[in-house]
Write a protein that binds this ligand. Sequence first.
Ligand code: G3P
Ligand code: MG
Length: 348
Amino acid sequence: IETPSSSLSPSSIADSFVFAFDIDGVLVRGGKAIPEAIQAMKVLNGENEYGIHVPHIFLTNGGGKTEEERCRDLSRQLLQDIKPGQFICGHTPMREMAETYGTVLVVGGEGEKCREVAEGYGFKDVVTPGDIIKHDAATTPFRKLTPEEHSNSRVRDFDDVTIDAVFVFADSRDWAGDIQIMLDIAMSKGGRLASRSETFDEGPPFYFSHNDVVWSAAHEHVRLGMGALRRMFEVTFNDLTKGQGKLNTHAFGKPQVPTFEFASRLMKQWRHSEHGICEAPKTVYFVGDTPESDIRGTNAVNQKAENDWYSILVKTGVYQEGTEPAYKPRVTVDNVLDAVNHGIEREM
Ligand code: G3P
Ligand code: MG
C-alpha cells in the first residue's frame, strides 16, 4: 500500500516523514480538545490539498491510566480513532523494568488505577500508598482513604515487605501523603518500611515518569507537575538528613533521549504494521508546547539520530508568546494546525 509521497493519488501514504505530538497544551487542555487539534487530525488523515495521509504518533508525559484507556479518551476528544500502537505516555517505557524489581511501590493517579497499569506491564508485586495507609492509618495523619481507595487497597503485613524500587507513574492526588511515604522509604534500611537507616544512603531507587515542573491544564496559568513533586521530595529529604543522605532518583519521559528513542522504535512498528512502510522516515516533526521537555528532547535526539528530528513549538500551552524559550525550536507557530500545515508544505 506504500506509494511515494510525491505522488498525489488520494490514497497516498507519506513514507518519508512522520508527525509526533505532545498532548497537553498541544492537542488537549483541561480534558478538552484545543479546537485546531480536531482539524489538524483531519488534515493528517488525508483532508489536505495533496490527499496524502501522514503517519503520526503521540508522546505525552502524562499518564495514570492504561494506554488503552488513554487512547479511548483521546479518540473521543479528537474525533479520531487512536490506537495504543501509536501512543506512548510517561510510564510506558517503565514496562521495560518490570523484570528488574520484585516488590515496587507505585505512586500517583486516580483511585489505585496505577496498580492495574503496573501489573499490566508485568510488575510482579505492586504496592500502593493506599495499601500502606490501610495497614497503618497513622502514616498520614491528615489523609483518610476514600471508600473507593479503601476497597481497592490490599491488606498485607509491611513488617516483612521490602520495597525494591519506587515508581511515580502519574501526578499525585495527595502530595503530602505521597511525599511522606516516599520519604519513609527513602530513609529506610534498604526499602523496609518499618526501619530507619542511620546513614540515609541505602534507600531503593526512585523512578519518575517525567520531570515537568509545570504543565498546561485548564487554568490560564501553568499548573504544578511531577517535576515539582520531585523537587519537594528531594529538598525535604536533604533537610531531614541534614545533607548527609543520598537519594537514587531518575526521570523517564521527555526530554530524556531514551524516551525519544523508544518513540522511534514504536514509530517504526506502527508505520510498518499500519502502513506497510519499512524504511525509516527522513524527517520526524515533533510538535510540543514545553521548551524544557518537548523542544529540548527533540533537539537532543536530533544530534544523535540519523534522521532529522524537527522541533515545532506551539503557543497554546506552557510556552507564552513574547518570552524567550529556554530551548529553541526550528519553528514557532500559533497552534497544532499550523504545525501540521507547516510540515506538509515543507515536504511537498
Ligand atoms: O502530567 C502531564 C504533563 O506533565 C505533560 O503532558 O502531554 O504535555 O507531555 P504533555
Ligand atoms: Mg505539553
